[in-house]
Design a protein around this ligand. Structure first.
Ligand SMILES: CC(C)=CCNc1ncnc2c1ncn2[C@@H]1O[C@H](COP(=O)(O)O)[C@@H](O)[C@H]1O
Length: 299
């Protein structure tokens, strides 16, 4: 699959036992090399790195004058991010977005889970999309890449950026979180969410809001890690749903499991249902055209 998209050559892979040491070595090397930042197509290093990010300049600007003079130009840059993203992602096979902590350490339980889910998705023929960063993102990219799948990273310009993880075979660097988030949803059949912090929560609740408000339909969201997510899911049920802030049925949008096979089956079942429904819709549309043609011929 990587070849089909002109993927980069195979990066060197370490044996699992030396993974944590290799990771630490790579981090030290990155520090020695000096910091670097990717901003769209632009790479800056050391003293050339601007003091703020594009997202920061857009959201943090205080002066109205700035809004008049700069924001309309920013719109073109934002647009170019969507164009680049749409053009690149349109060639992807069926894909699943995997989210989770940027801070999980190689060799930790979460890392292993990320790696296993990346591998299982790749073996089932799905491309794996992550935020392209460290932690669970790197683990899922590694699992997918080593299983011969297409490993995708949607990076984001951050003030403390560490660069795209080495297991990303197809990467896009974004300046703006919102443009990047569109790509996670538009080009994935499902979300799989591993333990994480604010960033992971943001991605999880955006997906749930989109499904709940029917902006996207038939989109499975799987939470992996029953111990980690249990408290949140209980709170959603006993506080949020009980207070009437969500419907009981909204909780059915979520599947919570520790089991990689169960997560995969859920995604595959939803994918088959979507395919069957699309085929039925296409057949119905073709029947309608045929009926109209026959009616016109009879006149
Ligand atoms: C060590 C560190 C904080 C590195 C940050 N580097 C990152 N690179 C790419 N995506 C990220 C990064 N941090 C957060 N995210 C986004 O937010 C989620 C993780 O945030 P968190 O660690 O759960 O809150 C990821 O799924 C990713 O889409």
């Amino acid at each position: 699959m990587n070849d089909a998209l002109g993927g980069a050559g195979e990066p060197a892979r370490e044996a699992p036992a030396t993974e944590a040491a290799a990771h630490a070595r790579r981090e030290r090397a990155a520090v020695r090399r000096g910091r670097e930042r990717h901003s769209g197509a632009v790479l800056t290093r050391r003293d050339a790195i601007p003091p703020s990010t594009a997202d920061q300049r857009l959201l943090d600007s205080r002066s109205r004058e700035d809004w008049k003079t700069k924001d309309s130009w920013r719109a073109l840059r934002i647009l170019s991010e969507f164009v680049e993203g749409f053009d690149t992602m349109a060639d992807l096979p069926a894909a699943v977005s995997v989210f989770g902590s940027a801070r999980s350490k190689p060799g930790s339980d979460e890392w292993r889970l990320g790696e296993r889910i990346g591998e299982a998705l790749a073996r089932a023929g799905f491309a794996v999309i992550t935020g392209g960063g460290p932690g669970v993102m790197a683990a899922a990219n590694k699992g997918a890449a080593e299983a011969g799948g297409l490993s995708v990273g949607l990076g984001i310009e951050l003030p403390f950026e560490q660069g795209m993880n080495e297991w990303v075979d197809l990467g896009i660097d974004f300046r703006y979180f919102f443009a990047r988030k569109t790509m996670f949803v538009k080009y994935a059949q499902a979300f799989i969410v591993l333990p994480g912090g604010f960033g992971t929560m943001d991605e999880l609740f955006e997906a749930l809001t989109l499904v709940q408000t029917r902006k996207v339909t038939r989109f499975p969201v799987v939470l992996m890690g029953t111990a980690y997510w249990g408290g949140l899911v209980d709170w959603l049920r006993t506080t949020m749903a009980t207070a009437g802030k969500i419907a009981e049925a909204d909780l059915e949008l979520l599947t919570v499991t520790d089991d990689v096979d169960e997560a995969l089956q859920h995604v595959v079942a939803a994918d088959s249902a979507i395919t069957a429904q699309e085929q039925a819709e296409r057949a119905a549309a073709a029947r309608l055209v045929r009926d109209q043609q026959e009616a016109a011929d009879r006149l």
